[in-house]
Every structure is written in C-alpha cells, then in structure tokens.
Design a protein around this ligand. Sequence first.
Ligand code: CTP
Length: 419
Amino acid sequence: MTERKRVIVGVAGGIAAYKACTLVRQLSEAGHSVRVVPTESALNFVGAATFEALSGHPVQTTVFQHVDEVLHVRIGQEADLVVVAPATADLLARAAAGRADDLLTATLLTARCPVLFAPAMHTEMWHHPATVENVATLRRRGAIVLEPASGRLTGADSGAGRLPEAEEISTLANLLLDRSDALPHDLTGVNVLVTAGGTREQIDPVRFIGNRSSGKQGYAVARVAAQRGANVTLIAGHTVGLIDPAGVDVVHIGSADQLHDAVTKHAPEAHVLVMAAAVADFRPSHVATSKIKKSHEPGHTTDAPAIELTRTDDVLAAAVRARSDGQLPNMQAIVGFAAETGDANGDVLFHARAKLQRKGCDLLVVNAVGEGRAFEVDDNDGWLLGADGNEVALEHGSKTLMASRIVDAIGAFLQRRDG
Ligand code: CTP
C-alpha cells in the first residue's frame, strides 16, 4: 500500500473559510492524512470542532499549545503539501514578509514541500500593489499562488477575488502531490484558446446528435494553463456539468457551427490553440421547427424518418489553413486531439500519425478509446506526437496530470520557436 500523503490545510480569516471544510473533506476522501491549521481569526468563521471532526486531528492556532511537541517546526517539516485556502491579503502579506507570529505562518517557514495558496479577498485588495508584490514575491520563491475566480463576492459586488471551488483546489493539490513541479508560473503573456466538450447538433426542438465527450481533458488543460499564468479563453461545448476553471474566460457554445464562429472570433488574439473539443463531423441538413412526431394514426406507416446529414467545417484544419495563409500572425502552436480505436488497417498510432499529417497541426494528443477508456472517466493515458516526428508516451494518470504534460509540451514548443 502506498503511504498516505500528509497535507496541511491552512485556513486564514475570511468568509470563504467555510469552503475549507469541503476542501478538507475532499482531500481526506482522496486518501490523504489532513491536518488543519487555522489562524485565530479563521476561527471567527468556522469553529475548531468542525475542522477537528473533518480532519480527525486536533486543531491549534498558536505556537504555545502543545509546546512539548514542537508543532511549529514539526508540522511543516513533515508535510508533503501545504494548501492555504482561503489565503487572505493579510496572510499573503505575512507569508511574503516571512513572519512567524502564529502556527500557520511558522508552518509556512518550516515547510520544504510545495506550498499552494488559494487567495480570496475583495477585488480592490487583490489588485492593490501591496498584494500584487506579495504574490510576486511568493511566486518568485517557488510557492504556487492560484488565480482567484471571478464572480459574486461577499456583499453586493462581484469581480476577481473569489476563492476557487474546493474541487478545483483539491484537483490542483492532487496534481502537486503527483508532480511537485507541475505549476511553474511561466506562461504570463501567452494567450491560449482551448475548446472542450462535445457539440450538439439539433434535429428538432427536443433532440440532437451528440457525443460522449465529458470535457474533462480540455477543462484540465485550460485550468493548468491559467494557473501557469496564461490568459486562457475556453470555448466550452456540452460537458458533464464541470465547473468553470478559475481565472479563465469561458464562452459556452452548443453546435459545431457555433464553436467554429467562436474560434474564428478569438483565434486572431491567440498564441496557442488547443482543440480538445469533440466536434461533430455531420449535422442534420434541416432542423425541424417543431417536434418530429411518430404517427398515432391506426394503420399508418411505422417507417422511421430519414435524417439527411451535412458535413460541418473542420475547425482545426481551418485554423491551420488560416495560419499558413498569414491570417493568424500571432498563432504559434496549434494542438489537435485524436481519439482512436485502431482497426484492421492499423493500430491507434498508425491512425494518429496519419491524422497529424492530414490536419497539419504542430502537436497531436492521442488517446486510445474503448470501453472505460478516455471518455467520461477521470484517468487517461496516450501519446503526444509532434509534427517534427517527436513521439512521447503520456503516462497513465489523472486528466489533470495529462493536462500538465500537454501544457509542458506546449511551453517547450513555444520556447523552441523563440530560441
Ligand atoms: N475537429 C475539428 N472540427 C471538426 C472535427 C474535428 O476541429 N469538424 C478537431 C478535433 O477538435 C480534434 C481533431 O480535429 O482536435 C481530431 O478530431 P477527430 O474527430 O478525431 O478527427 P476527424 O478529422 O473527424 O477524423 P476521423 O476520420 O477519425 O473522424
């Protein structure tokens, strides 16, 4: 049995402290040993008893409790990961200054493992030069400071500063436990356009032709790229109810035509296009304006109506063409996806290599699909094929881990072009 990872959840004093309860639960359910270290003011929002019950560990806030156990040094030294959620402006300032005036900041100073801050505060505080500098200082020292989500804040206002959903924080925490170097802040200034999910082609007002894409892989790429500092726009088709990734502009679309229009609109700004969406190749030639009825007339024919189909545009191929025609001068990397089964003509890689040639993209992410593989599941594996002939196997793991490998490959590709 693999050893349980020790995760410290630091909680600072902000209203979003209540979301830390869900985070603690999710990390415990993932099999980790979780210990909560709140600040004194966090306990104004959530009681110590709640954190103790959820984590199964006692909760202290100061270095003067259980002094004989030297907790202010031991907790940090023994941790595999420290997650601070919510990280308030005050907590970020104290961490950046290297203070050790309570158990949480003392823990941050002794921790040698990855440290993940999930900020939550009002937009003005987040954009204040003091906070901006503190965040930059922490990132420079190797800490991961997440981009906050945008949306409704406490009170009537809204903007950047919401704590990302607990699920998003635990996903990224698990990624760091898998790969401690997964989230360098190295893509600032890079505009990344990602498509994800499945399109739906309307037949009549109640029916459509869809596909089994969950959207998970594309969302994971968008999430990881944004947390590495990229400006990410995500064009999202149908998904299995995924939450919008924090710090990402999300454009929701329905059909292949709408996806094409959205890509055409956003591609001129993009440096990178990642086509993870499962785009329908065909759509009904005519959309019925009212529901197609089966006849209830006695003796009426039971023949099923035929649905005539029309080819949709190939969005990926169109982007490759537009770039070579000089219409996308900013575009540096175009990444396609291929879900293949293999058949009598050849295996998965045989078909994938042919697809890479046909599509003309720079990188192709290849997944073998079939029962319980790739679609709707959380884990994945595959290959990354480069137009330069480079082929890398992507080890089996979470779709977030795969996304981090894909974003690595994109980063390396951009660097090779620059260099
Ligand atoms: N794609 C696209 N537009 C389409 C269909 C697919 O941009 N109308 C993109 C997908 O987002 C993906 C890549 O093309 O990045 C490969 O998709 P796939 O469906 O595997 O390709 P097809 O060309 O449809 O190949 P096949 O003959 O296997 O159906």
